[in-house]
Design a protein around this ligand. Structure first.
Ligand code: ATP
Ligand code: MG
Length: 349
């Protein structure tokens, strides 16, 4: 149900760098769907490192409240992450995932084949646990007899493993191949990764509806190797937070550019689309950023909100532009700008 009767309200959080260039393109793609969606309204919300440098906070309460109380879904751009710790700053995207309990990061990676009848060489979904693992960020630095000692806590719970596992089975069930690979490192971390693997593996014995999903499990390093050698063996991969992060960036390399890979952060009641790429400070403000990852993130958000026809239309328009190949940004070997690629996609929607 929509929070405001008859109105689909989407929060836009461009945040930093190219976020400000690609999020408007994603908004326009949604608007281009016209009557395929309920009356749609957008509200632009603050967050990010740049906002932090001006206001001393990275995620204002108003943003969180607006998302929780008014918005049915959201699109997030990107945050710059300073490579060294900045006093008082912590990533607003991590905080947002927590505040809205967006425990699953879902990242489809698809290579668009030249011929629409051909099978894509890469067509997989990484389902990344989004709330725990090393991202609990409990780090300590102490002084031992031989110098400094840094430690980090890695939290894996049965509850979080089960709910991400359920999401992954649900996604696998809806795909033609219905194949799930559980990624872990339980040969080394038998307690934490063992709990993750065993909890996910046990799901089909508790829920008959997943009986048709075939399940494999694989050590993360060998998964990365095989991902590069034979990506076609994968359908849905489910992984704890850190492995999932690394795997999905690696998978992005297989399809040519970070600029085309979308994601959603999903909980049980809210979805937030977010391109997998970061703020790309090297190209920000130059009309060079590929808007496809953000536009596909908008489609994915709509899909998870139940508007799959609208999502299909956006994806088909993007596929057509990629296949055509004459209007692409430099990361895909083209010579067009963000605005031209966005306009070409809108035209086809
Ligand atoms: P951040 O700290 O925000 O992650 P980063 O320096 O790691 O910043 P990323 O955004 O992660 O930058 O990008 C890594 C590389 O991929 C950069 O060279 C960037 O220009 C390129 N890239 C990322 N997104 C896009 C995009 N949408 N279009 C084109 N190139 C991109
Ligand atoms: Mg980055």
């Amino acid at each position: 149900a929509l929070k405001n009767p008859g109105v689909l309200k989407i929060g836009l959080i461009p945040a930093d760098g190219i976020g400000g260039e690609v999020i408007p393109a994603a908004r326009d793609a949604i608007l281009a769907l016209g009557s395929a969606l309920p009356k749609t309204e957008f509200v632009t919300l603050d967050a990010g490192f740049e906002y932090f440098t001006r206001h001393g906070e990275a995620l204002p309460d108003e943003t969180v409240h607006a998302l929780q109380q008014e918005c049915d879904g959201a699109l997030f751009g990107a945050v710059s992450s300073p490579s060294n710790k900045v006093a008082g700053y912590s990533s607003p995207i991590v905080a947002l995932r927590k505040a809205l309990d967006l425990y699953a990061n879902i990242r489809p990676v698809l290579a668009v084949p030249k011929d629409p009848n051909e099978k894509p060489s890469v067509d997989l979904v990484v389902v990344r646990e989004n709330t725990e693992c090393l991202y609990v960020k409990q780090e300590t630095l102490t002084f031992g007899p031989d110098g400094r000692e840094a430690r980090a806590t890695r939290l894996i719970t049965e509850r979080a493993s089960r709910r991400i596992g359920l999401k992954a089975f649900e996604i696998a069930l809806a795909r033609p191949r219905k194949h799930l690979t559980i990624i872990h490192k339980s040969n080394v971390l038998s307690v934490t990764d063992g709990l993750f693997r065993d909890t996910v593996k046990a799901i089909p014995s508790q829920h008959d509806k997943y009986a048709d999903v075939t399940v494999a499990h694989q050590i993360v390093d060998s998964a990365v190797y095989r991902l590069f050698r034979e990506p076609e063996i994968y359908d849905v991969m489910v992984a704890p937070n850190l492995y999932g992060d690394i795997l999905s960036d690696a998978a992005a390399a297989l399809v040519g550019s970070l600029g085309v890979v979308p994601s959603v952060n999903a909980g049980d009641t809210f979805v937030m689309g977010e391109p997998v790429h970061g703020s790309a400070p090297d190209i920000a403000g130059q009309n060079k950023a590929n808007p496809i990852a953000a536009i596909r993130s908008a489609a994915l958000m709509l899909r998870y909100m139940g508007f799959s026809d609208g999502a299909d239309r956006i994806d088909a328009a993007v596929d057509a532009v990629v296949r055509d190949g004459s209007v692409l940004t430099p990361d895909l070997g083209g010579r067009s700008g963000t605005n031209e690629v966005a306009a070409e996609i809108l035209k086809r929607i």
